[in-house]
Design a protein around this ligand. Structure first.
Ligand SMILES: CC(=O)N[C@H]1[C@@H](OP(=O)(O)OP(=O)(O)OC[C@H]2O[C@@H](n3ccc(=O)[nH]c3=O)[C@H](O)[C@@H]2O)O[C@H](CO)[C@@H](O)[C@@H]1O
Ligand SMILES: C=C(OP(=O)(O)O)C(=O)O
Length: 429
């Protein structure tokens, strides 16, 4: 198993190219199942999750080719995927493939809409909470699907096709919104999804579906109107920049000090996180090339944060922000409202000398003057990168173990940081 060895203490200076968003690329790839024509996706990041989902799609019968250069040949540019689901040969998504990642469950929407049946294993993904699928089941049932859960699989059928309906999500859910929106594109009549997720990745998927011939209104709002059509066609669509990768590197620069251009990204994708960073004393400037992040001197100021659905502060940046707050001049409170078990980085940050107290969903972080390098264990994707951020500022050597989580969601992490002055080496155990 690989680990990352980090020698802390260097400021970050230079340019970091921001990749296409994992959490947009994945639902976009599943949308290929909605049509027999080719869906071309540009700016797809080279990530373990993308490869894993491609394997799942191939199992359903999807042909895919990758165009463009290899990673490293043209570092900043993502790959282009051509996905063709002309012949769907299997509507089962098996446990051994689906259990590894959450987004693979989302094939249930397009398969049910186009093939009128799907058998999909209950999903995996980061172990950050119980993560049930009840909203998906309620929503797809409203669209006329007959659903039973049997031996770890969701068996769904709609022999006469799906029929549009009004769906009110009990709580904002990104994945349920993606899935129900895809399903509704091929349902008969209008579907209204209320309390829909407004995350930019939902908008990115909706725009792709529209390019494929879907009729969708309400993008960017919490109510989506989808007028079903008989068939969708091929399209070419670009994956939007990764706002979580953007925020992660912005927090790394705030932590170490320095001046970095986050190239090819957009501030409107993460305004709330950038506002919070400004309050910590970090300078953030939008430029034509991306976002410039700089912290030259002075203390990191403590700021309280509460996670919430977009446009509020994202749960996927909570761990990274906590890493930053471990070195703030004073006390901050970090409240996690989305996932009940997303504080597993706390005990690992403590190994580096962080002073954090947990009380239910609130972490109280008393900033310390110095973190000291130590071996730590990566527990989930964003928790893993929070340990990298802490390691970059810690004295001496930090070894982050079990980094396969990182490779699910961060493209060339050590290359990007090392190009800006970090000292990170990947070590095979
Ligand atoms: C691949 C991907 O894009 N993953 C993201 C997606 O995950 P994901 O789509 O799984 O997260 P959701 O938005 O669905 O989860 C939000 C909340 O709703 C709950 N819930 C959800 C569905 C359901 O049927 N029942 C239910 O109770 C969840 O347990 C959680 O408490 O959005 C999360 C919230 O922004 C992000 O942290 C993940 O990175
Ligand atoms: C939680 C995440 O991913 P997943 O939903 O696939 O577990 C994430 O991207 O932070």
């Amino acid at each position: 198993m690989e680990s990352l060895k980090i020698i802390g203490g260097n400021a970050l200076n230079g340019t970091i190219p921001i990749s296409g968003a994992k959490n947009a690329a994945l639902p976009l790839m599943t949308a290929a199942l909605l049509t027999g024509d080719t869906l071309t996706l540009e700016n797809v990041p080279r990530l373990r999750d993308v490869r894993q989902l491609a394997e799942i799609l191939v199992n359903h019968g999807v042909d895919y080719t990758i165009a463009g250069k290899r990673a490293g040949q043209n570092g900043a540019a993502g790959q282009t995927l051509n996905l063709n689901a002309h012949d769907i040969v299997d509507t089962t998504a098996p446990y051994d493939l689906v259990s590894k990642m959450r987004a693979s469950f989302w094939v249930i929407g397009p398969l049910l809409a186009r093939m009128h049946e799907a058998r999909v294993s209950l999903p995996g993904g980061c172990a950050i909470g119980t993560r049930p699928v009840d909203f998906y089941i309620q929503g797809l049932s409203s669209l006329g699907a007959e659903i039973e859960i049997d031996r770890g699989y969701v068996n769904a059928k709609a022999p006469r096709g799906l029929i549009g309906d009004r769906i009110v999500l009990p709580k904002v859910s990104v994945g349920a919104t993606h899935t129900l929106m895809m399903a509704a594109t091929l349902a008969r009549g209008e579907t209204v999804i209320e309390n829909a997720a407004r995350e930019p990745e939902v908008g990115n998927l909706a725009e792709c579906l529209i390019a494929m011939g879907a009729r969708i209104e309400g993008i960017g709002t919490d109510t989506l109107y989808i007028d079903g059509v008989d068939a969708l066609h091929g399209a070419t669509h670009r994956v939007l920049p990764d706002r979580i990768e953007t925020g992660t590197y912005a927090m790394a620069v705030a932590m170490t000090g320095g001046d970095v251009l986050l190239e090819g990204t957009r501030a409107d994708l993460l305004e709330s996180a950038l506002d919070i960073l400004r309050q910590t004393g970090t300078e953030i400037t939008e430029t034509n090339e991306g976002i410039r992040v700089s912290r030259k001197a002075g203390d990191i100021l403590p700021v309280d944060v509460m996670t919430a659905p977009f446009p509020e502060f994202p749960t996927d940046l909570q761990a990274q922000f906590m890493a930053l707050m471990t070195r703030a001049k004073g006390t901050s409170h970090i409240t996690e409202t989305i996932f009940e078990n997303r504080f597993m980085h706390v005990q690992e940050l403590a190994r580096l000398g962080a002073d954090i107290h947990l009380d239910g969903q609130v972490a109280t972080v008393d900033g310390v003057a110095t973190l000291r390098g130590a071996p730590v264990m990566a527990t989930d994707l964003r928790a893993s990168v929070s340990l990298v951020i802490a390691g970059l500022a810690a004295e001496g050597e930090t070894v982050v173990n079990r980094i396969y989580h990182l490779d699910r969601g961060f493209e060339r992490l050590e290359d990007k940081l090392n190009a800006c002055g970090a000292e990170i080496i990947r070590v095979a155990a």
